[in-house]
Design a protein around this ligand. Structure first.
Ligand code: SF4
Length: 215
């Protein structure tokens, strides 16, 4: 093993409290994320199906041949499935061919949510996983650090007790779990106020999620 293989890449992810407020607003449809992607094209090459919504201008320019229907959603909701090599059908010559009109799904994607939740993006997403390991947040204050710890505790709990939640309630994808952990982390902010039994903890988490979505 040479010394260069021991070098761990570090990329500034920004101030955690600021990132969290921005991510919460984005989840409520009030703004997008400003991700310092640099040269990374991980999300365009990592086996994601990209949802197109009626508001997306991309619907008018993406060839119909790469669109398919979305189970449970009506047209003009559609999705672009990845090519066999995992790349998006709009990824060409190392870049997005419709960058100016890329869908909201792409504008919202921020792999720092995995770093926030202490998770990887999935075994089929090595490029994104490498980026997740490299992200380093800084903390404006103790509250921001506590919030980060609470999101990681929430993600751990949800994965550990997924089968104890109501059927179908826990998302199946790592991205879904990371987002859910962000939404319900308030439950884990003060461990001393956490209910004793698992069933009550799960009830508190479900209620926190409902509160988040209601705002
Ligand atoms: S539409 Fe563009 S930005 Fe979105 S995944 Fe495809 S190539 Fe990437």
């Amino acid at each position: 093993m040479n010394s260069s293989s021991l070098v761990v890449e570090r990329i500034e992810a920004g101030a955690f409290g600021h990132w969290l407020a921005q991510a919460q607003a984005a989840l409520r449809g009030r703004g997008g994320m400003d991700v310092p992607c640099g040269e990374c094209v991980g999300c365009c090459t990592s086996n994601y199906s990209i949802l197109l919504r009626p508001v997306d201008a991309a619907l008018d320019i993406v060839p119909a041949s790469v669109l398919s229907s979305v189970p449970g959603m009506h047209y003009p909701h559609a999705k672009m499935n990845p090519r066999s090599d995992g790349s998006c059908p709009m990824f060409s010559s190392g870049r997005c061919a419709i960058y100016a009109q890329r869908p909201q799904t792409c504008l919202d994607y921020d792999c720092r949510v995995f770093a926030a939740a202490g998770m990887q993006a999935g075994d089929d997403k090595p490029v994104i996983n490498r980026r997740i390991r490299a992200w380093v947040f800084n903390y404006e204050n103790a509250a921001a650090q506590r919030a980060h710890q609470a999101i990681q505790s929430a993600a751990r709990f949800i994965r550990q007790h997924a089968d104890a939640f109501p059927h179908g309630w826990v998302p199946r994808t790592p991205a879904g779990i990371a987002v859910l952990a962000l939404k319900v982390h308030e439950v884990f902010l003060e461990q001393s106020r956490m209910p004793d039994c698992i069933a009550d903890q799960i009830t508190a988490i479900v209620q926190a999620s409902q509160r988040f979505d209601a705002v």
